[in-house]
Design a protein around this ligand. Structure first.
Ligand SMILES: C[S@@+](CC[C@H](N)C(=O)[O-])C[C@H]1O[C@@H](n2cnc3c(N)ncnc32)[C@H](O)[C@@H]1O
Length: 195
């Protein structure tokens, strides 16, 4: 999908999340993010933050103890939407660009958050992007990943494991679940490999 010019269905779904019906969908995001192993004081790097649907909940969890989120997305359309949505959240920074080339400190982030993004990264640059993400995380840092396994151009779970392992991560835990609208998903926690 072209996230610089998202189709009407995508924009409709995004707009829906700001309505009363949306508040029925949002717990799928909120409950997942509230239950992540985050103390609230971390620096988190969100890769592929899109319009900031998940970021809003992440920022809430981190606000309690001074944590911060750096959102990255190559799409200007998406980051403009996220800036609008997140304008009242002082612990969020949003940058437009590619993690492989943006000037971002290595080894500075306690955790990474990747939500419905890995499958949308062009295959030719996926491994390099995962490697760049891994470099930004502190030794022992975690990556929280949730990806579709059937809908939305999903990747097979084994292909995700393979690229993340080659990119410098080790799977710590995972579960396969399903949620209304989003469908079947792979939720996993990865650790930055010490080697
Ligand atoms: C399906 S959206 C998910 C957005 C958000 N994470 C969410 O869950 O609502 C996928 C996002 O991945 C982004 N993306 C595509 N290629 C990327 C890349 N190379 N690096 C980071 N993000 C990328 C797209 O621009 C888009 O915003």
């Amino acid at each position: 999908m072209d996230f610089e010019n998202p189709d009407r269905m995508y924009l409709l779904f995004d707009a829906l999340l700001n309505t009363r019906l949306g508040s029925m969908i949002l717990p799928i995001y909120r409950n997942y993010i509230r239950n992540l192993d985050l103390a609230g004081d971390e620096r988190v790097l969100e890769l592929g933050s899109g319009s900031g649907i998940a970021t809003r909940h992440l920022a809430g969890v981190l606000r309690k103890r001074g944590g911060r989120v750096l959102c990255l997305d190559p799409s200007k359309t998406m980051t403009d939407m996220a800036r609008k949505r997140m304008r009242k959240h002082s612990n969020v920074e949003i940058r437009t660009g590619d993690i492989r080339t943006l000037d971002i400190e290595d080894g500075a982030y306690d955790a990474a958050f990747v939500h419905f993004t890995l499958h949308d990264i062009d295959e030719e640059i996926r491994l390099e992007t995962v490697m760049a993400l891994c470099r930004k995380i502190k030794p022992g840092g975690k990556m929280f990943l949730r990806e579709p396994t059937v809908k939305f151009g999903a990747m097979p779970v084994e292909a995700m494991r393979d690229i993340l392992t080659r990119g410098g991560f080790i799977e710590e835990s995972h579960r396969l679940i399903s949620a209304p609208l989003l469908g079947p998903m792979y939720e996993a926690v990865y650790l930055k490999s010490p080697g």
